[in-house]
Design a protein. Structure first.
Length: 115
């Protein structure tokens, strides 16, 4: 799980324009929020690797997943086409909506590390 977050967070800096496109327009400074969430993902990922900080990082991961949930909802309901993404950049309706329950699975996975 830690590697997943470190890689995902790093991608926020490699291809930030992909993430900006799924930011709800109501949120200010989308690029800054993409970078901030990228930093948060790298930090929680690294924290999950260290036994001493694992529980704190798991709780932080849960908070992060809740914080980024609006972007996934926006992507699902607004039918966002991600320009510049590998492939078509247009995720299927199923893929868009599958991200929402996946957040719950990821929260449960993080919760497993909170003890």
């Amino acid at each position: 799980m830690a590697i997943l977050y470190v890689v995902a967070g790093t991608l926020h800096f490699v291809v930030p324009e992909l993430y900006v496109q799924i930011m709800p327009p109501i949120l200010p400074a989308p690029l800054a929020l993409v970078y901030l969430s990228g930093i948060a993902e790298v930090v929680v990922g690294l924290g999950l690797l260290v036994p001493r900080t694992r529980s704190y990082a798991a709780w932080a991961t849960i908070a992060l997943l809740i914080a980024i949930f609006p972007a996934n909802v926006y992507m699902a309901v607004s039918m966002v086409t991600i320009e510049g993404a590998p492939g078509s950049g247009d995720p299927s309706v199923l893929a868009r909506w599958a991200r929402l329950p996946l957040q719950g699975v990821l929260i449960l996975w993080a919760y497993w590390y909170t003890d």
